[in-house]
Design a protein around this ligand. Structure first.
Ligand SMILES: Cc1cc2nc3c(=O)[nH]c(=O)nc-3n(C[C@H](O)[C@H](O)[C@H](O)COP(=O)(O)OP(=O)(O)OC[C@H]3O[C@@H](n4cnc5c(N)ncnc54)[C@H](O)[C@@H]3O)c2cc1C
Length: 381
């Protein structure tokens, strides 16, 4: 993996074909999906048909067997359509990796091909009404009974919660206070005792469905255990790194988009006889935004390469996750301010940015939890 991987001809061709696909199949419909609070399965299937879901999965399961750089391109281009598309990367690069890394041959053959075609959409259920940041404190129980696990509990804020066909569920197979007894089970649509509760009404990310999941004496076949019983914490900590990288990347794309919106608007809007961009205060504001956006991109590019090289990047991932998502919030706020009253109107894209960026500092590990990890790594806590 080299610094100039983005210049690779195959990568460029892949990005171009994805862009063309999204111009035809995504952009014209995105506002409707925001209204409908859901991305239709039809779109997922088209993504799958064109090789845009889980391209990294090995060819024997139907994937393209390509590197993470293709996932980066997909995240970037789908994010440019709208942040409500984040469920795509969540499926391809945050959930399916659990199956590919910890699944048995039988599990991989059963689930992976359909994850690639879009026939199966996935979700990951960690957070519960009583706990989010403190993942070790989850209460959902799972008791082995013959060939089944009987699962009881509830999960909340689950992205793809309604549209998913299979959900990786973090639950406690051993009743300990710490993280030792956590296991990962895959629950399939139609499993007795598995219910999707209400679709949550979010202030943003409207086309992304987010839901509560209920498990009431839910009978999950023991053969749906991912990896080893009691090893769930280790698996989560490992895969959460890529999840956080993707969220940082998504925030970076949004910050770059918001900056461009601010530049375009401020050059065209006039006040007191000149473009508002020509007031030194505003020009300096945009200059500050551009500086922060550039710093974010430089840090991220370095991190992406090290992640692809397989280096231990836990500290840098936490730094990127908190700093870039907070930076995106600052940039979006300033870009909206430059739009004046129009920035508060739905027909201006910046209004959606403002709603959508807010959750980025919260999910996938909040800003505070990222700082806690960094402080621990530095040896302070
Ligand atoms: C749009 C959206 C999508 C989501 N998707 C998913 C999903 O697909 N799957 C899933 O499992 N979860 C998902 N989540 C849940 C998300 O991961 C949690 O909201 C997040 O982990 C925070 O947990 P919490 O909401 O329970 O807040 P809490 O843990 O209750 O934290 C509340 C506040 O206290 C702070 N805090 C907590 N502990 C500390 C500490 N030690 N030091 C300092 N401050 C602290 C937090 O940073 C936060 O500011 C999603 C959330 C949202 C908003």
């Amino acid at each position: 993996m080299t610094e100039n991987w983005r210049d690779n001809q195959e990568i460029r061709i892949f990005r171009d074909s994805l862009r063309k696909f999204l111009e035809k199949e995504g952009i014209p419909y995105f506002n409707d999906w925001e209204e409908q609070r859901m991305i239709p399965r039809e779109f997922w299937l088209k993504m799958g048909k064109n090789g845009f879901l889980c391209p990294w999965v090995e060819e024997e399961y139907g994937g393209l067997g390509v590197g993470f750089e293709y996932s980066i391109i997909i995240s970037e281009e789908t994010m440019k359509v709208g942040a409500g598309m984040l469920g795509i990367a969540l499926h391809s690069d945050m959930v399916v990796p659990y199956i590919a890394s910890y699944g048995t041959q039988e599990q991989k053959r059963r689930w992976l091909p359909k994850c690639i075609t879009g026939e199966f959409v996935t979700a990951i259920a960690m957070s519960e009404p009583g706990t989010g940041s403190d993942l070790a404190a989850i209460k959902t129980t799972s008791v082995r009974a013959g060939d089944f696990y009987i699962v009881n509990g509830s999960k909340t804020f689950i992205s793809n919660g309604l549209c998913s066909d299979i959900v990786v569920v973090a639950c406690k197979t051993e009743q300990t206070n710490g993280h030792k007894g956590i296991s990962l089970l895959v629950v399939e649509e139609g499993t007795p005792g598995f219910q999707r509760s209400r679709k949550l009404k979010k202030i943003g990310l409207h086309s992304q469905d987010t839901a509560e999941l209920i498990f009431q004496d839910c009978r999950i076949p023991a053969s749906n255990l991912l990896g080893e019983e009691g090893q769930g914490w280790k698996y989560l900590m490992s895969k959460l790194q890529q999840e956080r990288i993707i969220v940082a990347l998504e925030a970076q794309i949004m910050a770059e988009g918001a900056l461009q919106l601010a530049i375009d608007y401020s050059k065209n809007r006039t006040a007191f006889g000149k473009p508002i961009s020509q007031f030194q205060h505003n020009a300096f504001k945009v200059a500050e935004m551009a500086t922060e956006v550039k710093i974010g991109r430089q840090f991220l590019e370095h991190l992406l390469i090290n992640h692809m090289k397989g280096k231990d990047v836990v500290t840098e991932v936490s730094m990127a996750k908190w700093w870039i998502t907070e930076m995106c919030n600052r940039v979006v706020y300033q870009a909206q301010q430059l739009h004046g009253g129009y920035g508060y109107m739905e027909e201006y894209e910046i209004a959606r940015y403002f709603r959508d960026t807010r959750a980025q500092t919260m999910y996938a590990g909040s800003t505070e939890i990222m700082k806690q990890i960094i402080a621990k790594k530095i040896g302070l806590l």
